[in-house]
Design a protein around this ligand. Structure first.
Ligand code: GLP
Length: 240
């Protein structure tokens, strides 16, 4: 496991460089993308690199980690909206190559199975970016999720509802359920970047990287992956 520690600007640049490098070595790369505040700077820089002619998404395929359930697809707090707003609307990605979980599927089981099948049909994910929930979740794999899990329905924990309700007009509008790639799905990516910023992530980063590998801290499973880069700002790295 490689660890990069720097200020926020250096972290965002390192993350963006990793994606640019991946795409230039394989233009038809399959990227696993995350939402939340942590990767926003990476997406901003990727848009800049695209505008500067340094990277093209023309053949890239993407799969997003997770999505809330029970909101319209164009809801401003949906992860679908986030991805178009922060990245897809500003680069040359083809719409057919974007894979987002639907927040209002007809059948949740089918949505999960189709998503897994689509990842397999593309040959798997080359590079996956992950943020980290304050309780150690990756995607929406909450503590206790089996490491063997594939894409599935999640009942969000109280701590996640509290942490994420700031993105909704009021806490009672925050969905209680989500769909997420499973831990097994994530672990099958060729390369994974885990990124965390801020002092509020310091304790969970310490547990995830140096504590026991346990389903109680979902991100601790990354200790078992052979190709992980951890990108931390100094505050998130403070307890290492
Ligand atoms: C959400 C997402 C996670 C993300 C986490 C951290 O819960 N489902 O994939 O990693 O938020 O968010 P932030 O980056 O805003 O701290």
């Amino acid at each position: 496991m490689d660890i990069f520690i720097g200020d926020e600007r250096a972290c965002d640049e390192r993350g963006a460089q990793e994606f640019a490098k991946q795409i230039s070595s394989k233009p038809a790369s399959v990227l696993g993308l995350a939402t939340g505040s942590t990767p926003e700077g990476i997406y901003e820089r990727l848009v800049d690199k695209y505008k500067a002619g340094q990277v093209s998404f023309a053949s890239v395929k993407t799969f997003n980690l997770d999505e809330y359930l029970g909101i319209p697809i164009n809801h401003v707090s949906s992860y679908s909206y986030y991805m178009y707003d922060k990245l897809f609307n500003h680069v040359d990605i083809q719409k057919d190559n974007i894979n987002l979980l639907c927040p209002c599927p007809n059948s949740i089981d089918k949505e999960c199975m189709d998503f897994e099948a689509a990842i397999k049909a593309c040959g798997g994910i080359d590079l996956q970016i992950l943020g980290l929930g304050p309780n150690g979740h990756i995607g929406f794999n909450e503590p206790g999720t089996p490491f063997e899990s594939t894409t599935h329905l999640v009942e969000l924990t109280e701590s996640t509802i509290q942490a994420n309700s700031r993105f909704f007009e009021s806490p009672d509008q925050m969905p209680r359920q989500a769909i997420t790639m499973g831990i097994k799905t994530i672990m099958q990516a060729q390369r994974i970047i885990l990124m965390a910023k801020g002092q509020k992530k310091a304790q969970i980063i310490k547990e995830a990287l140096t504590g026991p590998v346990t389903t109680r801290v979902p991100a601790s499973v990354l200790q078992l992956h052979p190709n992980v880069l951890v990108i931390l700002d100094r505050q998130a790295a403070a307890m290492l």
